[in-house]
Every structure is written in structure tokens, then in C-alpha cells.
Design a protein around this ligand. Structure first.
Ligand SMILES: O=P(O)(O)OC[C@H]1O[C@H](OP(=O)(O)OP(=O)(O)O)[C@H](O)[C@@H]1O
Ligand SMILES: NC(=O)CC[C@H](N)C(=O)O
Ligand code: SF4
Ligand SMILES: [Mg+2]
Length: 552
């Protein structure tokens, strides 16, 4: 099974209050500003278990910050109380009586983005937020239809998770959306991405008295909002986001509003669409919009907050923090997103086909008889390779769709078995042939070495491996759970060394220059740190241990 455990879902309820919002234009990032901010190797983030014995050197008050937009005079009532109306995937709907059911369907479409846990939080028409979260796949968490039925209302947000921070699939407390009650009512959050300054933020918050319920980086966002002195909620969200470093595509839900937020670099995707009945929909990928007949309107721009008020369905936009050079994750195009999605303004299948064509130019396989893809994510690159090289394209490996993505399985033992369970050779296509097998990436090398063995066992005369991305040498700190640098096979060996380890007759990667050439001027707008170690957001230094940390 893709997700090993399914625990009883957790249900949360409480009451909340209301805000009103101004309209402001979000400015598109200026291409002229695109540049790399830093270039250095990544230190590892502190393991969470060490956090208990670490403290920041001298806790001090944060300076007041100024958010770069103006509030209208109808932002918040004068009582100080909001009225009760308020490499993961996120999904949100506002203005549809079946919001939680649409969320359920949208999350099913985003299931490839996270298989460890899923949840939905809905805003009931009585102003109360309620959430159901649980370990496992979306269909497992909501197998009992009473769980969805317990989430009525016209607005909902949902999340599918695989962990990049905190405990892995075993901890149900880390499954989102998180729903919290604070002095202004209820607030739920769903987060795709990873915060690189989580440890420092959490240590500081704990030093100031915050109590945490789980070990996910996302929880600090709620604390930063709760402890912000700004008003209204939009300003508190902006306050909080100014303190975050790293990747975040966020959906917030209150009794009356849904806020969609994207970090200033735009690492993770987030799009907006609309259903024929006017409901506004947000999703990590457009494939989830298509399913529920929502028409794709646009991306949430990097550094933008879009606010939808479900009382009048007004849509407002504000600039979250000053724009940075855009750095969208190229790995979304290479592997993570579904090929039928539009991500960062590009059709994913079209990008992958272009990688395959470029790969055929750069690393042809002149002695080959047939090109076969490693399903599913290698499909379009293999097609492009076959088109450009004039070779026959065949389905030589059959994928079982009853297994999950091996890359995001948490342990090596399970990953090994998952590959074997997942792929089976078609002997008639392979036997006696010189085969070019095209995959999107090599990370640990688990998949490729097993595939080469499978193909040889099935009678392949020669096996030529072609990879439609450069060698992965850097760990991702922005929301994709790539392993530590020591586990990356291309960190241990050069291409010839990797070829020997995998056991193929030849091996070719798409070079970083060729990858950039596919994007032209847009290449500067991509994060490619896992291939180059050019990390757009520098990683914080480890927090030094203090004697005072041991006092308790
Ligand atoms: O070198 P490795 O550590 O084995 O990881 C790389 C493999 O993992 C991914 O596939 P995955 O099986 O996760 O998903 P997919 O079926 O969607 O391609 C990727 O497409 C490679 O095939
Ligand atoms: N892959 C992700 O986007 C994970 C989101 C969040 N950092 C978590 O660990 O739950
Ligand atoms: S490091 Fe790699 S996986 Fe992470 S955001 Fe950058 S390109 Fe994407
Ligand atoms: Mg794969």
C-alpha cells in the first residue's frame, strides 16, 4: 500500500469571527530583478529531536514591521472581536454548498503530492470551522462518508501531506489542515512547502511561552499570526510571512474568508480558478481544477495574498512582501506535478517532452532499437526522446497503479520493495533488443538499478539509461523530500560511477545548460538548487547549544 497506516480521523470544532478586506493590486515580479541571491552548499537543518536542548542566543522582541499595502476602513470592526463568520498538495473552495465534497475530489487529484495523510477543514454556515484529518490516502481517511457529511458549509480547505519536517507518517498530529482557536476566533491553515528557519522560529516562540501541539514547521505560522499585534487578519498574515524563510503556498480559512498566499520566490505552485456557479477554487495544480469543472484563471503570484470573502464573493489581492526574483521549483516540471497540469504557466507534459528531445540531441543512443519510458513520470520525456531520435516508442514497463510513488516512501526497505512491486517488464517488447529507457530523475539510484536488472532479466540485449534532468546533488529544503546529500548517488559518483552502480550499458543525464536552454530567459526564474546547490534562500546556521537550555 502507498500509505502504510490509516488512523482514525481526528475531528476538531470551535467558533470564530469576521474580518473585511480592501482591494489592492498584486504586482508581477520584475524579470529584471532575477538573480541568484546566494551560492553555497547547504548545511543540514537541525534534527527536530535536538531542538529541546537548543536555544537561540538572546531572545529579543521582533521589530515592528510595515506591510506593503494599505487597509481600507472596513477591515475590522471596532470591538476587537471578529464576528463568528470565518511536496504536499493544497486545495480550497469558496462559494459552493458542496465545498468539502469538492475538496475531497480535488485532493484525490492531488494525491500524488502526498500519501501520508489528508484532511479537510470546512467553514459551516453557522461560522464554526470543523476539520477531519487522518493518516493515509484521501480515500482511506474519508472512506466513511459520515466524515465528509460532518463538514458542511460553503468554504473548505484541504491538504494531502508527505512530511518535509517533523515526524513522518506515523504522527497523526502533523496531518493538516491545522485548526486553531485564538483571541480572534478560529483559523485553519494548509501548507505546501518547507520553512528553512523553522527551528529558530520555534525556539524563539517557545522561549516566549508558546506551546506547540505537533512537530510540523507549519504550526509556527499559526503562532506567528496569533502573536502578531497587527490588525486585521490580513496584516497578521503578512506580519507572520515576513518572518518566514523558505517555501510556502498557503491556504488559510476563517469563518468568512479564504486567504491564498504564495511565498515571494514562488517555489511551490498555487493556482486559482472558478466554477460555473462562481465558486472560487485554489489548488496546487490545475489537474484538480479540471476535475471539478473549474476554469483556470491564473497563478497566485509569488508574494501575493488573494482574499475571497464568501459573504459577497469579492476577490481582493495584496502584495505580501516586496517581490524577490522568482525561483519556481523546476522539479515540479521534471517529476512532481501531473503531466496534465499547468504549472508556473507551462503545460507540464510539454516541458517534459522538450526535455526528452533535448536529451536525445545531447545524449543520443545510436545503437538502440526501441525507447521505453519508466512510467509514469518518465513517459513524456521518453516520447520526446523517441520523436527526436526517430526511434520506435514502446511501453516496455507496466506500472501497477495499486502502489504509491516510491520516491516518497519513508524508508529504504520499503522503497526497494515498492519499485519491484510497481514495475513489470513486457518481455515481447524487450527480448533481444537494445533498449533506451528514459526516466525523469535519479535520486538515490534505487529505481534505476532495479529497472536495469528487470530489463536484463527480461532479455534486453543492451540497456541505455537516459535521464531527463541533471544529476541530483543537493538536498531540497523547500518542500520536496529529497534525501540527505550523502544518500544521493550522484554525490557519491560521477556519471560513469553511477552507470556502473546501476549496471546499464550507457547513461546520459540532461545537462543543466541544456535544461536552461529549454526555458530561455525564464531559466533565471527557476530554482534548480538540487542540481546546482544554488540555494535561492540561504539556509540558517545551526543554532548553538546554550548551557541555559539544560536548566529545566
Ligand atoms: O533514484 P531513486 O531514489 O529511485 O528515485 C528516482 C525515481 O523516483 C521517482 O519515481 P517514483 O517511483 O517515486 O514515482 P513515479 O512513478 O511517479 O515516477 C522518479 O520518477 C524516479 O523514477
Ligand atoms: N511537502 C510539504 O509541502 C510539507 C508541508 C509541511 N512542511 C509538512 O511537513 O507538513
Ligand atoms: S532544490 Fe530542487 S526540488 Fe527543491 S525547490 Fe529547488 S529545484 Fe525544487
Ligand atoms: Mg519515476
Amino acid at each position: 500500500m502507498a500509505a502504510a497506516t490509516t488512523a482514525a480521523p481526528t475531528t476538531t470544532t470551535a467558533s470564530s469571527r469576521l474580518l473585511l478586506l480592501p482591494r489592492a493590486a498584486a504586482t508581477a515580479p520584475s524579470p529584471a530583478n532575477h538573480h541568484l541571491l546566494s551560492r553555497h552548499a547547504a548545511p543540514s537543518l537541525l534534527p527536530l529531536r535536538h531542538r529541546a536542548v537548543r536555544a537561540v542566543p538572546a531572545p529579543r522582541a521582533w521589530p515592528d514591521s510595515v506591510t506593503p499595502f494599505n487597509f481600507g476602513d472596513d477591515d475590522e470592526d471596532d470591538t476587537g472581536d471578529d464576528h463568528p463568520r470565518e511536496e504536499c498538495g493544497v486545495f480550497g473552495v469558496v462559494g459552493d454548498p458542496e465545498a468539502s465534497s469538492l475538496c475531497y475530489l480535488g485532493l484525490q487529484k492531488l494525491q500524488h503530492r502526498g500519501e501520508e495523510g489528508a484532511g479537510i477543514c470546512a467553514a459551516g454556515d453557522d461560522g464554526a470551522l470543523k476539520s477531519v484529518t487522518g493518516l493515509g490516502l484521501v480515500g482511506e481517511v474519508f472512506r466513511d462518508k459520515a466524515r465528509l457529511e460532518s463538514l458542511p458549509g460553503h468554504a473548505a480547505i484541504g491538504h494531502v501531506r508527505y512530511s518535509t519536517s517533523g515526524a513522518n507518517e506515523a504522527d497523526p498530529k502533523n496531518v493538516q489542515p491545522f485548526l486553531a482557536g485564538y483571541r480572534f476566533g478560529q483559523l485553519a491553515v494548509a501548507h505546501n512547502g518547507n520553512l528553512v528557519n523553522y527551528t529558530a522560529l520555534r525556539t524563539r516562540l517557545e522561549t516566549q511561552g508558546s506551546i506547540f501541539n505537533n512537530t510540523s514547521d507549519t504550526e509556527v505560522i499559526l503562532h506567528l499570526i496569533a502573536t502578531s499585534l497587527s490588525r486585521p487578519l490580513l496584516a497578521r498574515i503578512c506580519d507572520a510571512c515576513e518572518r518566514l524563510a523558505g517555501a510556502y503556498s498557503l491556504l488559510f480559512l476563517t469563518a468568512d474568508k479564504l486567504f491564498a498566499v504564495r511565498d515571494p520566490f514562488g517555489f511551490r505552485p498555487l493556482v486559482m480558478g472558478r466554477r460555473p456557479n462562481g465558486a472560487v477554487v485554489f489548488a496546487s495544480e490545475t489537474c484538480a481544477l479540471d476535475l471539478i469543472d473549474a476554469v483556470y484563471e491564473r497563478e497566485v503570484a509569488p508574494g501575493e495574498v488573494i482574499v475571497v470573502d464568501r459573504r459577497d464573493m469579492s476577490v481582493s489581492s495584496a502584495c505580501l512582501v516586496p517581490h524577490r526574483p522568482r525561483k519556481s521549483c523546476v522539479f515540479e516540471h521534471i517529476y512532481f506535478a501531473l503531466p496534465n497540469s499547468i504549472v508556473f504557466g507551462h503545460a507540464v507534459h510539454e516541458r517534459r517532452t522538450a526535455y526528452g528531445r533535448a536529451l536525445a540531441e545531447e545524449s543520443p543512443a545510436p545503437t538502440a532499437d526501441v525507447v521505453i519510458p519508466v512510467p509514469d513520470s518518465g513517459f513524456y520525456a521518453a516520447l520526446g526522446f523517441a520523436q527526436a531520435s526517430g526511434l520506435e516508442f514502446q511501453q516496455g514497463l507496466i506500472r501497477s497503479h495499486y502502489t504509491g510513488r516510491s520516491f516518497i516512501q519513508p524508508t529504504q526497505a520499503i522503497r526497494d520493495l515498492a519499485v519491484k512491486l510497481k514495475l513489470a517488464p513486457v518481455r515481447g517488447v524487450i527480448k533481444g533488443k537494445s533498449v533506451v529507457v528514459v526516466d525523469d530523475s535519479i535520486v538515490r539510484g534505487t529505481t534505476s538499478s532495479k529497472i536495469v536488472r528487470l530489463l536484463r532479466d527480461a532479455g534486453a540485449r543492451e540497456v541505455h539509461m537516459r535521464i531527463s534532468s541533471p544529476p541530483v546533488v543537493g538536498r531540497c529544503h523547500y518542500g520536496i523530500d529529497t534525501p540527505s546529500e550523502g544518500e544521493l548517488i550522484s554525490n557519491k559518483f560521477d556519471t560513469e560511477g553511477v552507470r556502473k552502480m546501476i549496471g546499464c550499458d550507457s547513461l546520459g543525464f540532461l545537462s543543466i545548460d541544456k535544461l536552461h536552454s529549454i526555458y530561455g530567459e525564464e531559466a533565471d526564474e527557476l530554482c534548480d538548487a538540487c542540481f546546482t546547490r544554488n540555494y535561492p534562500v540561504p539556509l540558517p546556521e545551526p543554532v548553538p547549544e546554550l548551557v541555559s537550555a539544560f536548566e529545566d
